[in-house]
Structures are given as structure tokens and as C-alpha cells.
Design a protein around this ligand. Structure first.
Ligand SMILES: C[S@@+](CC[C@H](N)C(=O)[O-])C[C@H]1O[C@@H](n2cnc3c(N)ncnc32)[C@H](O)[C@@H]1O
Length: 234
């Protein structure tokens, strides 16, 4: 099961009508997702008009999409009233592939998420050590010419899952499905009202390495892909 299939099954099961995507690029995940209202955030979309029109033809709901050409930090700051009114029910976090940026994306999403909302994160299970390297962009990661580089880059997004598990153990249900570079699943099950970053937890998690994760994948509550349906049903 890939990210689009997972997101669509949650949308269908929960009858979700409001979808927010952080990190859209060409719209490979954004366009095929069938949902009444969709908002896309990316500082650099790569969507020619022809592609937009093709997807409107395929699914008329794509006519009503909103595109915010901003970094996610700017989006949550400058478009706060939009996102507050929109009140997303499902957020897909697939923007900048760093621990700090993905954590901020999740924390900002949690502020506006509807009560029974879900956050899905891409890239929570690096396929190899080189793919897990910290960099400020894909270009920067390529330029490092790392040994074992395969052209895949998940960065250290996985650390966000470790952080959330530790900080919000009682309020969030968090796991990663072993599919499509690790699909993080975050569901609110309790009260989350502290959206600040706990520096002690952040620094402890940030000091972890790819080898730490490989030695103990329970850090991200890694689950086989066949547990997806049980988890989203429960
Ligand atoms: C891996 S691509 C997204 C792919 C898409 N979700 C899909 O599944 O095909 C990551 C995107 O994140 C965007 N991005 C980079 N920095 C960002 C930021 N600070 N805020 C939001 N998006 C960002 C990049 O421009 C890029 O288009």
C-alpha cells in the first residue's frame, strides 16, 4: 500500500471532506486523492496548467483546490485564518525532510486539526543510511556524494515520530507502517494543548542516528503493512 492508497482509505472510511497537503511538488499524491476540498502548500510547485486541467477533467473536485505557494512555516503564520476556517481532517506531511521542519509541520497541523483528525507523514523509514542524511534540501543531499547514495532521500524525518511518541505518549497514537519509505500515522486520542518544542527531548532524539533506529525500530513503533486496516479501523 502506498501513501495515496493509505490516505484514500482513511478519507473513505471516515468520510473526510477536508484534506491538507504539505509538500506537493508535481501533485503526484495531491491530484489523485479524491476529497471534496483540498489545500496544497509548497514554496515551489511544479504544476503546469495542462496538468491541472488534466486532473480537473479526471476528477471535477480538483477545480476547487487551493494552492498556497509558501513554505509551511509561512503558511501557518500568514494563512492562519484560512487554515482555522478550513479545519483539516487529514493532513499529509511531506515537505522539507528534516526533523525540525517535519516536527513543526506536525505541531502546526495539530493546532488546527479537527477533533478526530489524522496526520500521515511520508519518509519515516529511511531505506539506507545515506538516505537518512541531514540536509536542508534534496539538492544539498545529492551534492554530498555520499557512499551508498541511491538517489533516495528521506532525511531524518523519522525522529519526529520518536519525539511525538515520547512527548505525547498518552495523547497521540503514533506508529509507522513499513511501506512506501515509512508511512507515519498520527491520531489524536487525548488532549494536546502544548505545541512548544521540548528542547531536552528534541536534543536527545536529534543525537540518535540511523544505526540507533535500525537497532530498535520500536522507537518508531514500526508495524507491518498488513496491520494498516486493523489500525485505522480501531
Ligand atoms: C517529496 S516532495 C513532495 C512530493 C509529493 N507529496 C508526492 O507524494 O509526490 C517535497 C516537496 O516539499 C517542498 N518543500 C520544501 N521545503 C518546504 C517547506 N519549508 N514547506 C513546505 N514544502 C516544502 C518541496 O518544494 C517539494 O516540492
Amino acid at each position: 500500500m502506498n501513501r495515496v492508497e493509505l490516505i484514500q482509505s482513511i478519507i473513505n472510511k471516515k468520510k473526510i471532506t477536508r484534506y491538507l497537503e504539505i509538500g506537493t511538488y508535481k501533485g503526484q499524491s495531491f491530484f489523485p486523492i479524491k476529497c471534496k476540498r483540498k489545500v496544497a502548500v509548497d514554496p515551489q510547485f511544479n504544476i503546469p496548467l495542462k496538468r491541472k486541467l488534466k486532473w480537473i477533467y479526471k476528477d471535477f473536485n480538483n477545480l476547487f483546490n487551493t494552492y498556497a505557494e509558501l513554505t509551511s512555516d509561512d503558511f501557518f503564520e500568514k494563512k492562519a485564518s484560512l487554515v482555522q476556517r478550513f479545519k483539516p481532517q487529514l493532513v499529509f506531511v511531506d515537505g522539507l525532510h528534516t526533523f525540525k521542519a517535519s516536527l513543526l509541520d506536525v505541531l502546526n497541523s495539530l493546532k488546527y486539526l479537527s477533533n478526530d483528525g489524522v496526520i500521515i507523514m511520508h519518509d519515516c523509514l529511511p531505506p539506507n543510511k545515506a538516505a537518512s542524511i541531514f540536509a536542508n534540501s534534496f539538492k544539498e543531499a545529492i551534492a554530498m556524494k555520499l557512499e551508498g547514495w541511491t538517489g533516495e532521500w528521506t532525511g531524518d524525518v523519522w525522529k519526529t515520530i520518536v519525539y511525538l511518541k515520547e512527548k505525547y505518549g498518552n495523547a497521540l497514537k503514533v506508529c509507522v507502517f513499513d511501506s512506501d519509505y515509512g508511512l507515519g500515522y498520527i491520531r489524536v486520542v487525548g488532549n494536546v494543548d502544548d505545541f512548544s518544542i521540548d528542547e531536552a527531548i528534541f536534543n536527545k532524539v536529534d543525537a540518535m542516528s540511523y544505526d540507533t533506529l535500525m537497532a530498535d525500530t520500536s522507537l518508531i513503533n514500526l508495524k507491518p503493512v498488513d496491520q494498516i486496516y486493523n489500525t485505522i479501523e480501531s
